[in-house]
Write a protein that binds this ligand. Structure first.
Ligand SMILES: [Zn+2]
Length: 356
């Protein structure tokens, strides 16, 4: 009983914290900044884009770039100077700028967008490496924003079955833009992710053939990937995907599978379908071991949930509150959205990650 009270207080305090934070929420327009190709060769042109995903005016936009040279240990051997690439005054629509010649080999490129709007000034800082990446046995950052200790780290690992590596790169960018930067809750927290591409390959096995084919074949540098909460083994063939050895598999074009599996690996969300993996997290769970527990916690989500939303998942003996198409119920080609209990847990883990 005492534990229950403590938990409710923690959850209540947590929701209160969210309420306070919303005062400083990002004002419109919501902008997504990205580059293309996501992992360019040293000679490839790179286009920077700022996409306006909500309406709203921008008074001034500025795009800066810094190019550093690194060696095989990842040490910066030559530090570049930050250069203003372009200024836009009262621009409409989306913004883009192309750097026509490449940045050269062994480069770490950082770019910084600064948007001044009538309501606020906001900036986005992104770092990416050029190809080939010189740092021995480490994944190349392709969209890095923060200290790996404070944000989520997601490594994309190419499967040996991929016949065109450029298709893989395109799908890595697609996973960033069309999964993490598209689903509303992960879009809201988009500054909390670092994305990497691994040079070493792995090979996914099929869940239904695991007794024959064994677990996933891990990349040779897998021990160096332990810093990453998410390791996605992206393959071309059609498999029943699963996780083994700390690595989850997904067809490289499946925007829903990568979000579902990230739900497990990044935020410790449990499955919300009857035959899945079920457990109840001590704080802000999305699965409950009893109907009464789920009903009691329903009040913690404001008007989003009520006790009558608590239902058993299949005949598992486990209960959830989310809608039937919550991303933790489904996976596949297209993503859905995380429902309120899952959203709350994501936000909880964002803060936990940033403060520990
Ligand atoms: Zn859910």
């Amino acid at each position: 009983m005492k534990n229950r009270i403590v938990y409710k207080l923690k959850q209540g305090g947590f929701l209160l914290l969210l309420g306070i934070l919303c005062i400083s929420c990002e004002k419109n327009p919501i902008t997504l900044v990205l580059h293309e190709p996501i992992f360019p060769s040293g000679s490839q042109a790179v286009t920077y884009t700022a996409e306006r995903v909500t309406a709203g005016s921008i008074t001034t936009a500025k795009l800066y770039e810094t190019v550093n040279t690194i060696n095989s240990s990842g040490v910066v051997t030559s530090t570049g100077t930050e250069t203003l690439l372009q200024t836009w005054n009262n621009p409409s629509g989306d913004l883009s700028f192309t750097k026509p010649s490449g940045h050269g080999d062994n480069k770490l490129v950082s770019y910084r967008w600064v948007f001044t709007t009538p309501d606020q000034t906001k900036s986005f800082n992104v770092t990416y490496a050029t190809r080939p990446y010189p740092v021995t046995d480490m994944p190349a950052p392709v969209y890095a924003q923060g200290d790996p200790d404070n944000v989520f780290d997601m490594v994309f690992i190419p499967d040996t079955d991929i016949t065109n590596i450029n298709t893989f790169y395109t799908n890595c960018r697609g996973a960033i833009r069309e999964s993490f930067f598209d689903e509303p809750q992960t879009q809201f927290w988009r500054r909390q992710y670092n994305f990497y591409i691994n040079t070493q390959t792995g090979h996914a096995t099929d869940y239904d053939r695991r007794t024959i084919d064994g677990p996933h074949q891990l990349p040779s540098n897998n021990a160096n990937l332990s810093f990453a909460e998410g390791r996605a083994l992206m393959h071309q063939g059609n498999l029943r995907d699963w996780a083994s050895g700390g690595v989850f598999s997904t067809e490289m074009q499946n925007r829903g599978t990568i979000l579902h599996e990230s739900g497990h690996s990044l935020y410790s969300l449990a499955d919300e379908y009857g035959s899945g993996s079920h457990w109840q997290e001590a704080e802000v769970p999305n699965n409950w071991s009893s109907l009464a527990g789920a009903q009691a916690d329903a009040t913690g989500y404001g008007s989003c949930k009520q006790a009558s939303d608590a239902v058993e998942m299949g005949s598992s003996g486990w209960y959830h509150l989310c809608v039937a198409n919550c991303q933790m119920v489904t996976s596949g080609l297209n993503h859905t959205e995380y429902d309120c209990p899952c959203k709350s847990r994501i936000t909880y883990v964002v803060f936990d990650n940033a403060s520990n």
